[in-house]
Design a protein around this ligand. Sequence first.
Ligand SMILES: [Zn+2]
Length: 191
Amino acid sequence: MLKNKSMKGFKNMTTSISMPRNSSYTKVLSGNKPLEGFLLKAVDFYGKELMTTRMFNTLKIKVHVRKTVLKRGVSGAVINNCKGSIKQNEYLITLDYNESCNDILKTLAHEMVHVMQIATKKLQYRYWKSDKKLHFRWNGEEMGELSKFPYRNQPHEIEAKERQDKLFMKFYYYFIMNKKSEQYKLRNKYR
Ligand SMILES: [Zn+2]
């Protein structure tokens, strides 16, 4: 397990990464560096691209990379407390170890968009007392029962899909390819 909470000026930020136990080998990226370290950097990078540093620093994010926990066809998940407008500060993101390093980092970008949506309350889930069903709100608007909303039409999924590739590409150039000139190009392009 890797922790990142002692960086100067980031006292409140706690991110931890946990990889599967009994892995026969370690997943590595460019320069033989373990995926674990890149995941830690990616949480920080995505978080600060998506939210203010101030907000990001109030969050505790745990990332579990696992071989078998997720359902078939699901590459990532983030736990939501489903308590409506009550602020959620702790998040558990689960990622699929069987995917390639790049896909794991891209799925992490997707899940971090959901973390931002929940932390900023753009997305709120709530179990209604009247029908005991899970309802959701998007941008303050009541959207109804989540299960009645086709997955591909869910606004939070549309946003996460729209933003995941750009976030991942930026991370890729900054931290994996280490291309300084590309950093500037990308920065100008997306700001
Ligand atoms: Zn999603």
